[in-house]
Design a protein around this ligand. Structure first.
Ligand code: UTP
Length: 298
């Protein structure tokens, strides 16, 4: 029997340099897809997976992110007075209960592994926990994290979300060395962070959803900086395998958008606009026009 996963860590302390100059003052996680900030997609996915405590690892300049989760009484009153109940419902759906959200700080951007380690005191010694990177947005029928927790309840160990990428893209990801596969679950023999071109053990890449055993936090205290001189979460998870514990790669059902990159963010914007009932027709018509115009010009 696995212990229930009720806490998720959201590491949001990165510098977001790929979106400069915007990220000079706007946290990347507050950037919107249509009308919802990236972080709200992650929160909604976590809630659907049964997460009750939301732990944010933040840094200097992320104040707007903390404000986003506060109640907005003045705005609520104004919408109430004007009878704008639809908007009021949208607003209220983003409210967090007092105490269900916690913030800790990463004082220096020393890598994803280090950011997760900063939350170590908020996770109990025997408690499995989730890690979610809000810049990976996953469009799926069933919440990706919910799919993973369901699988984790069968397997135990630690579980990372995995997806196939083109061989030339493996150098940008943590990549799995797979021992055996059963359905969506891959038994993992090893993990390599950002392997040099041509050396990846497979084309199954790790993306930003994890369900981790508490021992991963202990590993983070002892591992040395890895790829890029950063403390790598991948290395701390790979340590589990070295220590004889199980790690699984879960091939989720859904489509992941890398909203930490400009191209991925734009693709997600188009996809979410086209799946929005209010926008779909007008936006599809506009895109048609753009594409036809471009083809005619070529
Ligand atoms: P990224 O690799 O996307 O880095 O981090 P970044 O700083 O956010 O963005 P770029 O590359 O400079 O454009 C992946 C996730 O890990 C978090 C980020 O906030 C993001 O959610 N992270 C990364 C930290 O919390 N701390 C770090 O030191 C590094």
């Amino acid at each position: 029997m696995t212990r229930k996963v009720t806490k998720a860590i959201f590491p949001v302390a990165g510098l977001g340099t790929r979106f400069l100059p915007a990220t000079k003052s706007v946290p990347k996680e507050i950037m919107t897809l249509v009308d919802k900030p990236l972080v709200q997609y992650a929160i909604d996915e976590a809630r659907e997976a049964g997460i009750k405590e939301f732990i944010f690892v933040t840094s200097r300049g992320k104040g707007a992110l903390e404000d986003y989760f506060d109640k907005a009484p003045q705005l609520e009153r104004s919408l109430e007075e004007k009878g704008k109940t639809d908007l009021l419902d949208i607003l209220k759906a983003t409210n967090m209960e007092s105490g269900e959200i916690a913030y800790t700080r990463q004082h220096e951007a020393l890598g994803l592994g280090h950011a997760v380690w900063c939350a170590r005191r908020l996770i109990g010694p025997d408690e499995p926990f989730a890690v979610m990177l809000p810049d990976d947005v996953i469009a799926s029928e069933k919440s990706c994290l919910a799919q993973m927790i369901e699988a984790y309840e069968e397997t135990g160990g630690s579980m990372v979300a995995a997806m196939e990428v083109a061989p030339e893209a493996t150098k940008s990801y943590g990549v799995l060395d797979v021992k055996s596969t059963k359905g969506r679950v891959n038994d993992v023999a090893g993990m390599v962070e950002k392997p040099a071109l041509g050396t990846a053990p497979s084309n199954l890449a790790v993306i930003g959803r994890y369900v981790l055993a508490p021992t991963v936090l202990e590993n983070l205290s002892t591992i040395k900086p890895g790829a890029g001189g950063e403390l790598q979460l991948t290395d701390a998870i790979a340590q589990e395998i070295t220590d004889g514990r199980k790690v699984y790669g879960f091939e989720f059902d859904g489509r992941r958008y890398d909203c930490g990159s400009k191209a991925g963010y734009l693709q997600a914007t188009v996809a979410f606009a086209l799946s929005n009932p209010e926008l779909r027709d007008e936006f599809a018509h506009y895109l048609d026009g753009v594409i036809n115009h471009k083809m005619a010009a070529e």
